[in-house]
Write a protein that binds this ligand. Sequence first.
Ligand SMILES: Cc1cc2nc3c(=O)[nH]c(=O)nc-3n(C[C@H](O)[C@H](O)[C@H](O)COP(=O)(O)OP(=O)(O)OC[C@H]3O[C@@H](n4cnc5c(N)ncnc54)[C@H](O)[C@@H]3O)c2cc1C
Length: 425
Amino acid sequence: MEYIIEPQKNIPVAAETEVLVVGGGPSGFGAALTSARMGRRTMLIEQYGAVGGVATTGIMSHWTGRQGGGLFEEFLFKAGDCECPEVINPEKLKILMLNMLIEAGVTVQLYTWMSDVIKEGNRITGVITESKSGREAIRCKVLIDSTGDGDAAAKAGAPFEKGRSADGGMQPMTIMFKLAGVDMDRAMFFWGFEDTVQLPEGDLQTLSRKELPAPAGHVLLYPSSLPGVVTVNMTNSINADGTNIRDINRAELECRNQMGKIVAFLRHYVPGYEACYICDSSNAVGVRETRRFLAEYQLNEEDIAEARVFDDWVVTKSRFFFDLHNVTGSGLDNDGAYRQFKQEHPYTIPKRCLIPREVEGVILNGRNIGGTHKAHSSYRVMPICMNIGQAAGVIAALSMEKKKDARDLDISLVQEALRAQNVEP
Ligand SMILES: Cc1cc2nc3c(=O)[nH]c(=O)nc-3n(C[C@H](O)[C@H](O)[C@H](O)COP(=O)(O)OP(=O)(O)OC[C@H]3O[C@@H](n4cnc5c(N)ncnc54)[C@H](O)[C@@H]3O)c2cc1C
């Protein structure tokens, strides 16, 4: 590869903060809100023009899984829009989440991309950002990496894994889109890969595998909070790494090209969809899985299936099955568990999963925490990520207050603060 050498230049320090949250998805929102509510000077930067991440800019359909207690329970009460509070109205969330952050005292800076980190030794002390104002620096005492992909921790040199252990294969990418013009009195919905209907022409899921352009080939349709509007989770791009810009571009093009064929298929086969048309789509292809950092502990599938209660729990009352989309095609992966997944008790996530190895001054958050490929397919859902964010916010705020590294913070203090915020096993 050919290289150029960047000339040295002075970069203005645009802001200084105690806690810097990079990324404003469900986990970043939870972290920033909690840190600010605990009285710490908190700033959040986000590349897009809205906070909420996949929940808003990704026009997501619904909060999946179950997350009892803590911030998500409070949030769902505020955000619930219709008879089914789990159904998301992204436009409502864009305003609600932003205003909640501002009211808590968070400095929110949208349209700001974190391109690098500033380090002293192996400690992160700030970031470099790119925006319409050019290249700037922000100094911080603690950084919470809520980028989904773990961009900050990776730039700092924290070790990570990607994909399944056999071949590194990661879950497919998808552009979510919405259909209007659906006859809701007759419309059918398909919440999971195992939901189907027998039509005169055959089984709907089988027909979709035959007729949609591979690797599309499953039917997932969810009601929205708007009349006549349905959210579609059916585009599919495989063998793509969400931290590789060329793969992201290929996935975007592939998914966009599938959309028209999916609409034609639905119009032809599915009752209620005869006159449907696309009225909205996510601005960016949705990435399910990228870096999982090597943390002080890797949450694994047994921990989830057996609902282990860790001594150093920081997230509790989480429930979801192993939602592993097929890494090599459409539908659910053979290793994914859906209907057959029985979980009598909710699981917990320990503080150690949020603490990366080898690098100081950064807390992992959301889908990039330490865990296995299969465990990740469960805790990656947004309600659980929001409460991971709450835990990250508590750890950051207390490490400021006690002047201790997140790694060395007394777990009993963290759990005492979390209990006061309605989080307990
Ligand atoms: C297609 C798809 C369907 C899904 N369906 C569901 C579902 O139905 N229900 C459910 O609960 N979950 C669903 N998920 C999973 C869930 O949405 C994510 O796993 C979850 O949002 C992760 O939360 P997060 O905060 O870690 O990351 P994200 O929501 O991805 O948020 C990360 C944020 O960081 C910002 N960012 C990233 N890098 C940078 C940077 N370098 N500088 C500045 N900002 C940056 C991004 O713009 C984004 O706003 C789905 C995911 C996808 C992709």
